[in-house]
Write a protein that binds this ligand. Structure first.
Ligand code: HEM
Length: 322
């Protein structure tokens, strides 16, 4: 005779389900590949070193790739997938198209890693390590990268279009888009300090330099030279004016001086809730707090919904699903 279904049965089922969900949310760990790929970290670092020597901007480009990966369905390497005749992924989404770069460097790291330990390390983890190394190589803080992410077998162009903030966003939009990823306003302000390195295209700051008023006039004039009112949309300018190839706290000095390049940069210092934090990061010794907040926020960003356990796969080629 079958036992009647009781509350006890329900509790057993619920606790089994809870245990499963803990397993599928398994924590990442810094020693994940210690046995299976002991040279992983030195392979990533040496390949990044060469890439940054060839072109310092590459440290910035890879850091941005990681941000755009993590903000779209978690840090799962989905941004690395190429579009095909039957698959439209994230590379051709608005925030990435003709803008995201550094894919060849990730390919080089992946093939160097495969040569040492094949079918073992995910592209998502390679990107997480490469982003950290790029920051370090340009003079920024270091942090321990937790590992064990697996690679997505899908990607979402619409999520990339909707969940990566636009440079025309106001502070409230930025705050809520970061909050949707479990990141605080403080994380937003610290992570935006990534714009201490790298470059932006004229089309993303044209409105700011021609139409906005909370901008240092001599800065606006100097940026107009290479960003004409008509045309020049892909011309580049450094995101930070003083030391654009060095990871330091000068981004915040720019903001305090109304020299933020993007609208989304200057909103962090425009009479709102982040003014005090920006001012403190900009101080002579403010780089210490910035570095430690940035590193902590990168760890948090790197933990956004990873695929772990038997979810996803270890891609053989970062550009294509196995
Ligand atoms: C807060 C919202 C953010 C907005 C609206 C934003 C927007 C942008 C835009 C429009 C560019 C220039 C792209 C181009 O011209 O092709 C850019 C560049 C960059 N972003 Fe952000 N970003 C944000 C946050 C972040 C975060 C959180 C990071 C990393 C932690 C980051 C890292 C970078 C880097 C390093 C570059 C330079 C890339 C290069 O030179 O190739 N950004 N961002």
């Amino acid at each position: 005779m079958a036992a009647p279904f009781t509350t006890h049965h329900l509790l057993v089922i619920l606790s089994v389900l809870a245990a499963c969900s803990i397993v599928s949310n398994a924590q990442l760990s810094s020693n994940f590949y210690d046995k299976t790929c002991p040279n992983l970290q030195s392979i990533v670092l040496s390949t990044m070193k060469q890439a940054v020597i060839n072109e310092p901007r590459m440290g910035a480009s890879i850091l941005r790739l990681f941000f755009h990966d993590c903000f779209v369905n978690g840090c799962d390497g989905s941004i690395l997938l190429d579009d095909t005749a039957t698959f439209t992924g994230e590379k051709s989404a608005g925030p990435n198209k003709n803008s995201a770069r550094g894919f060849n460097v990730i390919d080089t790291i992946k093939s160097n890693v495969e040569a040492s330990c094949n079918d073992t390390v995910s592209c998502a983890d390679i990107l997480a390590l490469a982003a950290r190394d790029g920051v370090v190589l340009l003079g920024g803080p270091s942090w321990t990268v937790a590992l064990g992410r697996r690679d997505a077998t899908t990607a979402s162009q619409s999520a990339a279009n909707n969940q990566i903030p636009s440079p025309f966003s106001d502070l409230s939009t930025l705050t809520s888009m970061f909050s949707a990823k479990g990141l605080t306003a403080r994380d937003l302000t610290a992570l935006s300090g990534a714009h201490t390195i790298g470059q932006a295209q004229c089309q993303f700051f044209k409105n700011r330099i021609y139409n906005e008023t909370n901008i240092d006039p001599s800065f606006a004039t100097s940026r107009k030279v290479n960003c004409p009112f008509t045309g020049g949309n892909t011309n580049l300018a450094p995101l930070e004016t003083l030391t654009p190839a060095r990871f330091d706290n000068n981004y915040y000095r720019d903001l305090v001086a109304k020299r933020g390049l993007l609208h989304s940069d200057q909103v962090l210092f425009n009479g709102g809730s982040q003014d005090g934090l920006v001012r403190s990061y900009s101080a002579n010794n403010g780089g210490v707090a910035f570095f430690s907040d940035f590193a902590a926020a990168m760890v948090k960003m790197g933990n956004i919904s990873p695929l772990t356990g038997s979810s996803g796969e270890i891609r053989k080629n970062c550009r294509v699903v196995n």
